[in-house]
Design a protein around this ligand. Structure first.
Ligand code: NZQ
Ligand code: ZN
Length: 386
């Protein structure tokens, strides 16, 4: 096991009918900016619950944060934060609204001229404006981590940011929010969480027995509950397990003491930036090719994954590892998630070269757990996914 430090200050409030607890989580002295997305919260009753809970608070609103939160839209919210002297942010939404809120938390206190630098220069945020979240879509884990991913619509770029100042102070996780999520978004959430675990697990063995089993248990639970929630999002126990899996998949716990990969995400973000493909679907496109391309260095963990998660106990390491990749792909297909770029984009020629060039230009010359995947390797992986 590798050395590590672990601190996660986010308070989780989990369970049925917990949104009302907002009233006591945010001090009455704060001036709050409530941030939300395209309006799903008006249709499913979450907005009313939030407004009722905060009826005695000083609150104004900013809506319209799009999926893959856009810098251009967020800059309008930043103006409001400054002109209205906001002191506290409240995100009510999925990963996009929460990530947008994290950007605003950082940008509100940023001393530089141009907040886009926080993304392009990887400026770490040690202190941000305090914020809390009401999670409406289990998927990203953003509700209990300190990272965010922001898109610049103008240039079709998508960059990550983060820092210890960007953990939510609290996140409310009421599994009943799942009732109104459309099936394709539920499938996205399952796929995203599943891949988050893979990015922190599918590397090389380090005798981190407990971390491996944390990861395998999240994968197995997701596989178990996926058909249940896809069939019936009102099945509360399945929804609860799904929601908690998504949070646990990316709150930092399972990555401690182990190497991590994250190449699938780095490449996937480019597919979203270029073509607007849903985040989770980009991961399902890249993951199978990534594992096939890096088969030699990952085969031991792939075989362990096949054995422990899918119960494949016969065959050589290579046979089990291959079966593991096939099973993973079949799992994505079982959620109606396509795993080929050509199934999403009509004209995809040149995509691999474009992404490789972007990585070269940015100096991203070594991805993966060994930091050895070059832009030319990335080009080959993307081509394999056509
Ligand atoms: O915008 P509204 O109208 O609210 O609708 C949203 C949106 O259209 C809808 N939705 C959310 N909750 C709902 C609901 N519809 C009905 N009922 C509900 N209860 O779902 C749509 C997608 O929402 P979005 O927030 O975009 O989805 P997701 O949570 O998958 O977030 C994706 C973003 O998170 C980033 C991704 O890159 C992407 O930008 N990620 C953030 C991470 C992090 N901060 O740790 C890690 C991830 O790997 C990921 O990169
Ligand atoms: Zn993800």
């Amino acid at each position: 096991m590798l050395n590590f430090e672990y601190k996660n200050p986010t308070k989780i409030i989990f369970g049925k009918d917990t949104i009302g607890k907002l009233a006591t989580e945010i001090p009455a002295t704060e001036k709050i900016l409530l941030l939300y997305g395209g309006g799903s919260i008006f249709k499913n009753g979450i907005y009313e619950q939030v407004k009722t809970a905060l009826s005695s608070h000083n609150l104004i609103e900013f809506g319209g944060i799009p999926p893959n939160p856009e810098y251009e839209v967020l800059m309008k919210a930043l103006e409001i934060i400054k002109s209205e002297k906001i002191t506290y942010l409240l995100a009510v939404g999925g990963g996009s609204v929460i990530d947008g809120t994290k950007f605003l938390s950082a940008a509100a206190l940023y001393k530089g001229e141009n907040p886009w630098e926080i993304l392009t220069k990887s400026i770490r945020t040690d202190v941000g404006m305090p914020f809390g979240t009401v999670l409406t879509l289990p998927a990203t884990g953003s509700e209990m981590n300190s990272g965010a991913v922001i898109t610049k619509a103008e240039t079709h770029e998508k960059f990550g940011m983060g820092g210890p100042g960007l953990f939510p102070q609290f996140s409310i996780l009421d599994p009943q929010v799942i009732h109104s999520i459309p099936p394709h978004q539920l499938a996205n959430g399952i796929t995203d969480a599943f891949t988050h675990v893979l990015e922190q697990y599918m590397t090389y063995p380090t005798q981190a027995f407990l971390q491996d089993r944390f990861s395998e248990s999240i994968l197995q639970t997701l596989i178990e509950v996926a058909p249940m929630i896809m069939e019936n999002p009102f099945y509360h126990e399945a929804a609860s397990n799904f929601m908690w899996c998504c949070t646990m998949a990316l709150n930092g716990l399972i990555q401690k003491g182990v190497p991590t990969d994250w190449a699938i995400h780095a490449i996937g973000h480019e597919l979203t930036a270029l073509y607007g493909i849903d985040h989770a679907r980009t991961l399902a496109i890249i993951a199978p090719s990534h594992y096939r391309y890096n088969f030699e260095t990952k085969k031991k963990k792939l075989a362990q994954f096949a054995e422990r998660v899918f119960g494949i106990t016969t065959g050589s390491t290579e046979e089990k590892a291959n079966a593991g990749i096939d099973k993973m792909e079949a799992f994505f297909h079982s959620l109606n998630i396509n795993t080929r770029l050509s199934e999403y984009v009509e004209v995809y020629d040149g995509t691999a070269e474009k992404i490789a060039k972007r990585f070269t230009d940015r100096g991203w010359l070594g991805l993966g757990e060994y930091k050895t995947l070059s832009p030319s390797d990335v080009e080959k992986i993307v081509k394999m996914s056509y």
